[in-house]
Ligand binder design. Sequence first.
Ligand code: NDP
Length: 518
Amino acid sequence: MLPEIEVRSPATGDLVGTVPNLDAAAVDALVARARAAQPAWSRLPFGERARLLRRYRERLVARADEVAELSVRETGKLAPEALFVDVLGTAGVARWCARRARAVLGRRRVPSGFLLHKRCYVVREPYGVIGVISAWNWPVLNGMRAVLPAIAAGNSVVMKPSEVAPLSALLQREIATEAGWPEDIFLIATGAGDTGRALVASALDKISFTGGVETGRRIAQQAAQRLLPVSLELGGSDAAIVLRGADLARAASTIVTGTFYNAGQNCTSLERVYVEASIYDEFLARVVEATGPLRVGAGDAVDIGCITTAAQLTKIEEQVNDAVAQGARVLVGGRRLPGPGRHFAPTVLVDVRQEMDIIQLETFGPVLPVVKVRDAAEALRLANDSSFGLGSSIWGPKRLAERLVPEVRAGMTLVNDAVLNALVPALPFGGIGESGTGRVHGDDGLREMSWARSVMVDRGGGAREAALLYPVDRLGRAGALAAVRLLAGRGRVRLAGLGQLLRHVPRLLRRGSQGGEQ
Ligand code: NDP
């Protein structure tokens, strides 16, 4: 038996609770329970599963304050942040899945092409048991946005939450059970990284991972050994581009929020801003003005909460110090703050160069580098100079900004806005490049948790097309060519194909052929 994991508040150091650190045998046992429960769950009609998702949502909202409080105690975020993202965001995903599962996953007729005597349709099938591994920064939403579509699609789930914030996950299971979900369709495997590794090695049918790039890479390699399907929601270094003609007051205040919300610990936090030279000074002045008064700490009277882990605080500090050592200037903040609690001052940096770690790596903290660029072309070039491709934000006259959307290498682009897309459950959420593969949220999030079964049903009674294929020489090469021209050609080619095929009719009417191709 491995020693238990202690969860401590980043704000006070107080013990929040302890959870078991499960070993591989315990993980395997959970997966076996989830597998036994899944077939009955998948056989329930969509309507019944939707009812239980709606019930979960009701119970989540009924216990919103308690859910947010636990998220606050585990991560050191602020209560309104937990309420808006962990509770409201998760409630939105639950509602979306309940409302859309039947339309997205249910039977969908498709054309049968030239095979007019067939009836064709597609149904989306559950994988079976889905493993969900999640990060600590939004301890409810990060996991549940994968769990809910998986459950809606008829899978069962074993979730491994971050060891930093596992109690929030256990509370979600309690709420789901209270909502009437069958006992074993949603199970939690608490533990550290090794528990996650054991989950990937277990008898799963798919893994859905949210976390850092390096862990994602390790999981993808491990999963590749047995071709286990994988969805990866990984890190980012989202860029904002601010162009001449943008509403600078709104741009500055929204970009400040998009950078510092949850102390910058969002995968889609803005981590670098490229500003056209002619508006740079005014934009920067507004950003500095908006950042200066932000209050850091814990409780209700602050704007920015804790950096959740000690390792994260060190990483932020090292990146800022490295940038400063290479010539960057700190206009606001720039340092870790004295305790109690782990805090980093909201920071505005200038004179930052593209090759610095603060630009190239994910910071995941309250740091905003502002970079002056000549024009939109240079802004795009620098924004796209990144191994990541998660979110992005373009500010400017609406038509110009929207025209640039396809030029940005990112899974998500906001025009004259930042980060709020995570609260729109209809919008698929995910990245390209090293930011991962696959999507949560939206119809794509439901498809992600299912596979497409193609069904073709012969209507019966019509021509037996197998008789056209065997014996092969009944139609022969010339007849096959005529059929291709008729079925796939246009205009004269098609007419010619028809004529050629008609010449084959006598041969087709004979049973079998003695002569072969002539
Ligand atoms: P990590 O990659 O460190 O951990 C993520 C999860 O993986 C945790 O549950 C962790 O367990 C587990 N884990 C660690 N090692 C292994 C392993 N070898 N096999 C299986 N599981 C393992 O990320 P963080 O928790 O530090 O989260 C921060 C990262 O998550 C950032 O990069 C952020 O951008 C990204 N993220 C991406 C999002 C997106 O939608 N794209 C959303 C939110 C965050 P344990 O914690 O116990 O070590």
